[in-house]
Design a protein. Structure first.
Length: 593
């Protein structure tokens, strides 16, 4: 399949005009800036031949060179600009002209051309190479010289673009979409159909706003739910009538089938049509698993980054190398997906992209469970992640009990012994130690031991709990604590991506949100490579000064490490450095520099 196949691959001319802005104005814009770096290195990393699979080979008009369109998307992401603003900036912004290699009076393309190129990247899933190219640029800048990879993995919320509504408006929106698609398929007059079926209240600005109802009356609300279900059934019958005569795999009916299934899913997840009291349909109590929260973006989900903070949308996962913060792999999951989901595949992708041997994976508690550890260990990595807590905070855990497996006894923190033990069978075999109610009932430590008011404490010791105990003991070692501190580099990388617009989705659907996440990751890496390249000439100049002043090499190496480290947000000025101020007292030497 070729998207927009009427065009052939356009190529950027290798002949660079002498008076083009990227020649005459590069020093004015600044060769050390992101724009100057793209002007100098962009054609090297983003070439037209890389996108040949998106275009026709035999006929058609030559397209706008995809290398320039790719750089335009990077600039757009860097600036957070809309499509229209991006095209305007290519016409009047000197920084963009330098980065794109355009003449002063030249504009890159029409807005639709940029949108079509983005669609090509998404349809062909070719946007991953943008991140791959950015990793290569970071490697060329000297940021990935280690032979072994220490990867840090983390997630952050992405707020979905779809409108999140309550059950009433959610069902009403789904009804309206079914009616619209059915009328479009059969070329029916929508106004006539809506009037005949009595569905007019679903075509206003808000279903709840068009209904006169005493919302404090439970009976009135339940009657409205019954009317809503009746309207939904009418819409579903309308869709069934419109689909009659078409095959199940007919492409023209795809949209109607999609919205019909969406309406059926919303009804099933949010409304109990046959409750036990026999009083008619009512809103279902509780929240259905994998609940749809938006009809405009049905792939959005409700998620929790913490117990107290929820959000609707997606969840970005990143894998970062821990030395300099280069982003190696990204993905976007539904918001309700566990942080650890897909971690093995994402780390494997990062290893392949880095070209390094995997040594260690750093993660938070979400990646510390036994199953995730086994998956990551199968890649040949040491896993540094905190084990999940065994009990709620403030309660005694298994480590507070003394277990004597030979005698089959357990002793609690109050000094009481268990009265018996039962065998635990299944996939996780072990023993369950049971204490006496007589001992637990009047115990002064009961509130710190169990939440039950009547039951005695039960302690279960299995192969899994013993493994978790071993992991928790390992968390107290200096090796673990030293490695675990380096996990913060993933949080810093996510913070840089959030500053470039990651927190809010710009598109609908998981695939497009993944595209957005990938593009932001590529821009973040390229900014890192550009920053390191900007500091290198200064280090070389200072090296000559240090040699003339006969400063010992260890002191110069400490200065060079300070300036070339991307972790340093703001380094001292050269004048202060020459006077001896602002230099760290000790710094490790880096022979690779």
């Amino acid at each position: 399949m070729v998207c927009g196949g009427e065009s052939m691959l356009g190529r950027r001319s290798p002949q660079r005009e002498l008076f083009r802005p990227d020649h005459t104005l590069s020093s004015h814009v600044g060769e050390e800036t992101f724009y100057g770096w793209l002007a100098k290195h962009g054609p090297e990393w983003f070439q037209d031949e890389d996108f040949a699979g998106l275009y026709r080979e035999d006929f058609g008009r030559p397209s706008v060179p995809p290398s320039q369109l790719c750089i335009a998307l990077l600039l757009q992401t860097h600036e957070g600009a809309s499509d229209e603003e991006a095209i305007e900036r290519s016409a009047y912004d000197l920084r963009w002209k330098v980065a794109l290699g355009l003449e002063l009076e030249e504009k890159l393309c029409a807005k639709s051309t940029l949108q079509l190129f983005r669609a090509k990247l998404i349809v062909h899933e070719a946007y991953g190479q943008l991140l791959e190219k950015s990793v290569g640029a970071c490697r060329a800048a000297g940021l990935m010289k280690r032979r072994k990879l220490e990867a840090a993995v983390d997630t952050t919320p992405i707020l979905g673009r779809g409108a999140v509504k309550d059950t009433y408006n959610l069902v009403s929106d789904a009804i309206r979409r079914v009616v619209v698609e059915a009328c479009a398929l059969k070329h029916w007059d929508a106004e006539v159909v809506v009037a005949e079926q009595g569905l007019g209240r679903h075509f206003g600005s808000s279903f709840k706003g068009a209904v006169e109802l005493d919302w404090s009356d439970p009976g009135a609300r339940r009657a409205l739910v019954a009317q809503l279900v009746a309207d939904a059934r009418v819409a579903l019958e309308l869709a069934k009538s419109a689909l009659r005569g078409y095959g199940g795999d007919s492409e023209v009916t795809g949209k109607l089938r999609e919205v019909r299934d969406l309406l059926a899913d919303v009804l099933q997840q949010d409304i109990d049509e046959a409750p036990a009291d026999g009083g008619g349909p009512q809103i279902r109590r509780g929240t259905a698993r994998d609940r749809i929260v938006s009809t405009t973006d049905p792939e959005m989900r409700h998620g929790h980054k913490s117990h107290s903070k929820g959000f609707e949308g997606y969840k970005a996962s990143v894998v970062v190398e821990s030395e300099n913060g280069v982003i190696l792999a990204v993905d976007a999951q539904p918001a309700n997906a566990p942080d650890r989901e897909g971690a093995k595949e994402l780390v494997a992708e990062a290893v392949e992209r880095s070209g390094q041997e995997l040594e260690r994976v750093l993660g938070d508690t979400a990646y510390g469970d036994s199953e995730t550890r086994r998956e990551l260990t199968s890649l040949g990595a040491e896993v540094i992640a905190k084990a999940p807590p065994g009990t709620r905070r403030g309660y005694y855990g298994l480590e507070d009990f003394r277990i004597d497996p030979r005698r089959g006894l357990a002793r609690c923190p109050a000094g009481k012994r268990s009265i018996r033990r039962d065998r635990v069978k299944g996939e996780d075999p072990g023993w369950r130690y049971i204490f006496s109610r007589r001992d637990c009932g009047p115990c002064a430590l009961r509130t710190q031991c169990t939440k039950s008011r009547v039951a005695a404490r039960v302690v279960q010791v299995t192969a899994k709990t013993r493994e978790l105990q071993r992991l928790r003991r390992g968390q107290r070692t200096k090796h673990f604590q030293r490695c675990y501190r380096r996990r913060v580099v993933a949080e810093h990388a996510l913070a840089r991506m959030v500053r470039r617009g990651l927190r809010q989705a710009r598109y609908f659907g998981r695939v497009k949100v993944t595209f957005q996440t990938t593009l932001i990751g590529a821009v973040t890496n390229l900014s890192l490579a550009a920053g390191v390249g900007a500091l290198r000439p200064l280090c070389q100049a200072l090296q000559g000064v240090w040699a003339a002043l006969k400063i010992p090499r260890p002191a110069f190496m400490a200065l060079r490490t300070l300036y070339e480290s991307p972790r340093v947000q703001r380094a001292p000025s050269p004048e202060l450095l020459l006077l001896g101020f602002g230099m760290p007292e000790t710094a490790p030497s880096r022979p690779d520099l």
